[in-house]
Design a protein around this ligand. Sequence first.
Ligand SMILES: [Zn+2]
Length: 329
Amino acid sequence: MIRQSVRGPKIRLRRLRASEARRALVREHHVMVERLVQPIFIVEDERAAGPIASLPGISRLTVPQAVTYARRLQQMKIRAVMLFGLPAHKDPIASSNYEPQGVVQRTIREIKAAVPELLVCADLCNCEYTDHGHCGLLDARGDVDNDRTVEVLVRTALTYAASGADVIAPSDMMDGRVGAIRDALDEENFLQVAILSYAAKYASAFYGPFREAAGCAPQFGDRRTYQMDPPNVREAMREIELDIREGADVVMIKPALSYLDVIRAARERFDVPIAAFNVSGEYAMLHAAASNGWLDLPRAVDEVLASITRAGADLIVTYFAQEYAERNG
Ligand SMILES: [Zn+2]
């Protein structure tokens, strides 16, 4: 006790923080470029291509532009992309979603031909393809009809697989869709096509910029009858458990930042790879603050990606992937 008062504390945690070399030596988590997935928006109607105001640095691309971009990403050591299609035609039953010459199907084929090593994940949902903007087909009451929607998802998933997608990523939140997609893929002998399910996808306010980018805001109502209620974490564990049982290879939590506890809970409970989607609103918030000079963007990005990694995510779908890879290549 006397010694302590004369010389101060014996244990000094600041010792290992005294230089970058010391900090690097004991750093607990690393954000690796090969675990980041860059989302890409592809338009069928070339007139719709161009920058997205609420997502600075992100554009809607034509199919040839998407191929060029994929090549660039691969040179930056990014290993995976997530494709979102914006079709020219929308109708109540999302028929352009399973069109073999559809915008996503063509993009998959062209990227796999040009950059075969790049992992192509195809987001699978109906909201970009329905004229009402909901993620599925509607029943007579205007609610999303779960089982008819699953049929469309299965049909579409098979066209993505036939086009060469490595990963199918259903983001619709219908019950039973993972099992149905897995069965159909297996029956058609697409045994190597993996399923990354958006297992716990919340009805979040942080999707705003995505809806502008993809033009898929619901024309009436909201998505609370199928996406999860933000305060729930135990229910997320049930969603994840079901998707694993139905054959999901990777399970995703979306959004990431307001749900770090959900990522952590899933990490502690399940041994499958866990993905997190660092969503459009999370990207837009940082850019908006940085453009006002209120925070240092690269440092904020590093901290955000580190926090998602520390929470337990193995891979992160993020609009920052390219930017992060450029700085850390
Ligand atoms: Zn959707």
